[in-house]
Design a protein around this ligand. Structure first.
Ligand SMILES: [Zn+2]
Ligand SMILES: [Zn+2]
Length: 277
């Protein structure tokens, strides 16, 4: 392991937290100055629950996978496991390929979470949010976070990804998730250009529509390319971004969806589903 990677590992939590906080504050400020939509659910309860779910998910993830993705990448490097080490791919190329490879896995994991009823029960927690803002990006059931980490670990071991690349990917995914869940709208020319390199709030908002065909599109979180490539891209909602209904049809106007305890038990409740999964 190169010495800069050792330094990076020492400060991993601090680096991640600093980027997280900076992005959160920037997005919140943007949402206050120029919101795209009027929020409908009780704001404080929703924020408390979405942030609470993030904290709970992080604690559970660290308890079950104490070394997490970066630690697994360190292990793979020590053992020289994985495709990139076997093929002796140059360092910088393997960094770029890792970011693209992990993003590809994240896209397919998301598609799979929509395709199997048992996984959809977990992912429903994310979609049940009645509003769409930066805190929606935190709203994932701890079991979904754990399963996603398993997918990430398998990809890291298969590819043999550099430690730095995994850390960059995690910081990037965290930041883009906050960006594309933002209750904001970009100038249309800039937005259509950005759509070539990153998933924008207008793209991801469509994924939170109550209409199943719209929910089952725009699965990307970071790079938009996979949606273009695999035919899951939808450029606009059937009604305007301001008027489209957000959430799940079966929980519209149901304020329990903003409660932390309800979010935790939702996957285990027998609920009438309006989704095709
Ligand atoms: Zn989804
Ligand atoms: Zn989302």
């Amino acid at each position: 392991m190169i010495s800069s990677e050792l330094q990076l590992l020492k400060h991993e939590s601090m680096i991640r937290f600093s980027f997280f906080l900076t992005m959160l504050l920037a997005m919140r400020l943007w949402e206050i100055i120029a919101p795209c939509r009027r929020l409908s659910a009780p704001r404080l309860m929703r924020w408390f629950s979405n942030i609470g779910l993030l904290i709970l998910g992080t604690i559970i993830l660290r308890a079950i996978f104490p070394i997490a993705a970066v630690g697994v990448a360190m292990f793979a490097e020590k053992q020289q496991w994985g495709l990139f080490y076997t093929l002796s791919i140059p360092y910088w190329q393997s960094i770029v390929l890792t970011i693209i490879g992990l993003d590809f896995t994240t896209y397919w994991q998301h598609v799979i979470f929509h395709s199997f009823p048992v996984l959809w029960q977990l992912h429903k927690v994310h979609h049940a949010d009645l509003d769409f803002d930066v805190t929606t990006g935190f709203r994932f059931h701890p079991l979904e976070i754990l399963l996603s980490m398993v997918g990430k670990i398998l990809t890291i071991l298969l590819l043999g990804t550099p430690v730095t690349a995994v850390l960059i990917f995690e910081v990037l995914l965290n930041a883009t998730s906050m960006f594309n869940h933002g209750n904001v709208q970009l100038p249309s020319k800039l937005e259509s250009l950005l759509r070539w390199i990153v998933v924008t709030p207008d793209m991801h908002r469509i994924h939170h529509s109550t209409i199943t065909q719209e929910t089952d599109s725009n699965f990307g979180f970071n790079l938009p390319w996979w949606d273009y490539l695999f035919g899951t891209y939808r450029p606009w909602p059937s009604v305007s971004h301001q008027k489209m209904a957000i959430g799940l049809t079966e929980y519209q106007k149901d304020l329990r969806v903003a409660q932390l305890q309800w979010m935790l038990v939702l996957p285990f409740l027998k609920q009438p589903s309006n989704h095709n999964a």
